[in-house]
Design a protein. Structure first.
Length: 131
């Protein structure tokens, strides 16, 4: 399982890469592996304000439908429109294919996210628990 060291992680298996005031957000390798083949991504509307923990989209796979949550508060600055036609990009390389970008209103939200080490522990616990 791939867990890049330069990212933050949520308990809901989203990753966050910070560039200035922008938070690039996607799903982790663990998430895409457990979802299986992704067939549809419902993207949020740009320029929408979101709060940390708020649902911002839906990811459908051949196995399940899963909600996606914003790990940070702010305004949706961009969505990855390529996912509308090719949602399988999330299976091919989940860390190179973000889902959305949030212009953060409160960078302190990052303090509530997991480090790569803590995220790896969460994944191990979920694997053992059969989730």
């Amino acid at each position: 399982m791939n867990i890049p060291e330069n990212l933050y992680y949520s308990n809901e298996h989203e990753w966050v890469r910070v560039e200035g005031e922008n938070a690039y957000i996607g799903i982790t390798d663990f998430a895409q592996e457990h979802l299986g083949d992704i067939v549809f991504v419902e993207l949020p509307e740009p320029d929408t304000d979101v709060s940390a923990g708020e649902q911002v989209g839906v990811i459908e796979s051949v196995k399940a439908v899963s909600s996606m949550f914003s790990p940070v508060s702010g305004t949706i600055a961009e969505i990855n429109e390529a996912l509308e036609d090719t949602p399988e990009l999330l299976n091919e390389d989940p860390y190179q294919n973000h889902i959305l970008v949030v212009r953060m209103s409160d960078p302190d939200d990052l303090d509530a996210l997991l480090t790569p080490v803590k995220y790896a522990q969460l994944c191990e616990e979920e694997e053992r628990g059969g989730k």
